[in-house]
Design a protein around this ligand. Structure first.
Ligand code: ADP
Ligand code: MG
Length: 355
């Protein structure tokens, strides 16, 4: 990849706080005009990674390049990066328009007043805040505050915008709408977004590519469909919240688990053995006999509608909950009898096995 193709690059970046390794030898290169989601459990280093790129934290080791330039020793305000925080951090005493124009009016070489007014009014239209410019930020809703926070960053025209759980404070309905809008705004402006989210659904839905962080290192960086269907490690499969995971060990061509030998075809090399099967690849059979292929007995507990699919919860031996997802586009929902035993089956080629 040439220096022109990527907007930023991290080479062997590490960051420690005492004995905590927050970032562990991060190598990462993101292309211009990409929407990259950053997914990982709480404490995996997402915020530290963003703050290190932005220049609010200094790495202990490694090098950071933005736009082909080594910025490792540049202060945050000289890196040309926009940052949208989870808690909005708006100025409570300023209007919507003044919050948005603040950065333009208060930089070293302030823009002429007319130009600020024009740029602010363009951005207000872009993020859908028309008519609210004169309002105080205490007089607008949570979703509107989030738009102000985004607008305030967009108006400075950065080529790279870092967003730290920007939708975390919004309710589910608004989150969905803002997701679509964020993508649309980004496409119109041609900027790179690096978007931190704790929601696997959001990460998979929004990213052109998805980074999965696991205890300070990058466990996977790939297109969402690959991350979803070919998780690189057992932890990635776990974070996705779409796989039933079984412990055990590999012996020849079988995975030995507490449910007996589970068949599989392919194996991914890993230090930790694990057997994973996606919720939507499990079939429910009222015939309790083992038959051919991997299967296990489990009692039906409950179901839950999710709009386009329905989740069935079963309890296997030892109390383990097995989830089965039925896409409603594949047929009408089924009814199962609570506490009754069923046989859960899947194809060996659908098993993802690590070891
Ligand atoms: P998250 O993925 O939830 O955003 P963070 O990036 O905030 O996680 O934190 C990664 C790790 O670094 C955590 O173990 C956290 O406790 C630690 N950490 C972050 N900032 C500091 C700090 N200023 N001082 C000490 N430890 C920190
Ligand atoms: Mg965080």
């Amino acid at each position: 990849m040439t220096a022109e193709a990527h907007i930023f690059r991290l080479d062997a970046v590490s960051k420690r706080y005492g004995v905590t390794v927050a970032l562990d030898n991060i190598n990462l290169s993101v292309e211009r005009n990409e929407y990259v989601s950053l997914l990982g459990p709480s404490g995996s280093g997402k915020t530290v990674l963003l703050r290190t790129i932005a220049g609010f934290e200094t790495p202990d080791e490694g090098r950071i390049e933005i736009n082909g330039r080594d910025v490792s020793s540049l202060p945050a305000h000289e890196r040309g990066i926009g940052f949208v925080f989870q808690n909005f951090a708006l100025f409570p005493h300023l209007s919507v328009a003044d919050n948005i124009g603040f950065g333009l009016a208060n930089r070293n070489d302030p823009l002429p007043h007319d130009e600020i007014v024009d740029r602010v009014s363009d951005i207000i239209k872009l993020v859908g805040l028309e008519g609210l410019g004169a309002r105080g930020v205490g007089q607008i809703s949570g979703g509107q505050k989030q738009r102000v926070a985004l607008a305030r960053t967009l108006v400075t025209e950065p080529k790279l915008i870092l967003l730290d759980e920007p939708l975390g404070a919004l309710d589910a309905n608004l989150r969905g709408r803002m997701r679509n809008e964020l993508r649309a705004i980004r496409e119109r402006l041609g900027v790179t977004f690096l978007h931190v989210t704790g929601s696997e659904t959001e990460a998979l839905a929004m990213g052109d590519r998805v980074i999965v962080l696991d205890r300070g290192h990058i466990a996977q960086f790939d297109h969402p469909d690959h991350v979803y269907s070919k998780p690189a490690t057992p932890n990635v499969a776990k974070f996705l919240n779409r796989y039933n995971m079984f412990d055990g060990s590999i012996s020849g061509s079988a995975f030995k688990s507490e449910y007996g030998d589970l068949a599989f075809i392919q194996k991914t090399k890993s230090d930790h053995p694990a057997y994973a099967v996606r919720y939507d690849r499990v079939a429910v059979d009222s015939d309790g006999s083992a038959g051919k292929g991997p299967s296990l007995p489990a009692n039906f507990i409950a179901s839950e509608y999710l709009g386009s699919s329905i989740m069935y919860f079963f309890e296997a031996i030892g109390g383990k909950v097995i989830e089965v997802e039925h896409h409603l586009s594949h047929g009408a929902p089924k009814t199962f009898e609570p506490k009754k035993s069923y046989r859960l089956r899947w194809k060996p080629e659908d098993a993802i096995v690590f070891g």
